[in-house]
Design a protein around this ligand. Sequence first.
Ligand SMILES: [Zn+2]
Length: 436
Amino acid sequence: MTTKASTKQKKTDDLKESILASEEKRNYTSERFDLLEKQVKKALKQQDTDTALRDMTTWALILGCSDVHYDMYHDHIMVRFRIDGILVDIFSLTLGEYKLILERLKYASNLKLNISNIPQDWKYSLKIEDKNIDVRVSTLPIKYGENIVCRILDTSKVMIDFEKLGFFWTSERMLNKAISKKNGMILVTGPTGSGKTTTLYTILTKLNTRDKKLITLEDPIEYEVEWLIQSEIDESKKYDFPTGLKALLRQDPDIMMVGEIRDSETLETATTASLTGHLVLSTLHTKSAAETLDRLMNMGLKPYMMASALDTIIAQRLVRRICPHCKREKQKTESEQSLIGAMVEETGMNKMLVKNMKLYEWAGCKHCNHSGYLGRIGLYEIISLNENLREAIREWATADEILKQARKTDMIPMQEDGILKAIKGYTTIEEVLRVL
Ligand SMILES: [Zn+2]
């Protein structure tokens, strides 16, 4: 098909590629990494593994690290931190040093010390400066021994508000309206690592009042929340999503969060639940709002059921936030100018909004470990079903047709949200292009 549209698309793709190719990339470097190495090695030398692990976790929190990786190579172990989605080499350990850490981690998280040939996974908690931190430890037998990854779960990270997650005013208003309803289904969609769980927990936090019962069904429970009734899937005991969801309903809930809808049976039960006076929150592993509608139909959900049950779809991605300490304005390059022009045209965005607007770049500083980025922010696309959209779904409209209809309402396409976040200086245009 060599239509005008596909030529246009190719031009947009070429522009994207050239902007990303000319992007300056900087490795994460910091004196703080050296300091951490010194502290950990000093503690290990004194066989004080408790302090070594505490130092590691404290610094992981300071540096905004979500996962600590102990990657084992034949003669050394590389400690790597995932910071804002990017894996960063921090320092290396000798086999002897690693053995001490491995044993301590297995002991702390109740894993079997004498077993190294099968994967194990459990967690432990520790208190750091009044914060309760859960660490999920998972081991993997590899050629040279055992690899370990520790996920750091900092509950304070999810108890935040929509604005901090990056929902602009219009989106926030749509979300608040959706969660104020007594029934209906709210789906958060996106690939792995797009921040779906954080959004769900933030919604749950908003909904938490003593006059309602909130229950979750998760695989696994990511954040342990005091006021929440949480149930964890255990496939080995045949406790799966379809069984669990039915059991949840017998607990007289008002609001339910189902970790993920993977099968038709769960989808059917969740739909029925939302039609019978429950607010149901869940996630789907789809890339966009349009793909979500297609997936639901392919999973056997009848259009009339979907039209009545579904309330809101939130499609999302995460981009790195530009470092506020070293960011600066810059003029748009010619390619950036043309690409943004094309995207504005495609989304039907108000041209005046982006005209003459500047973009941002970074210099690199100690706060962002010289990477230019600090923390992350979401890009969102929200569809809130109104009567016109419900009618279109009932009449078996295609996902594209529904999307076209949605754009006539207050839906903000993700490209538009991304451009706005780049021109408002929340992130760089490169970060936005990478995830779209
Ligand atoms: Zn900086």
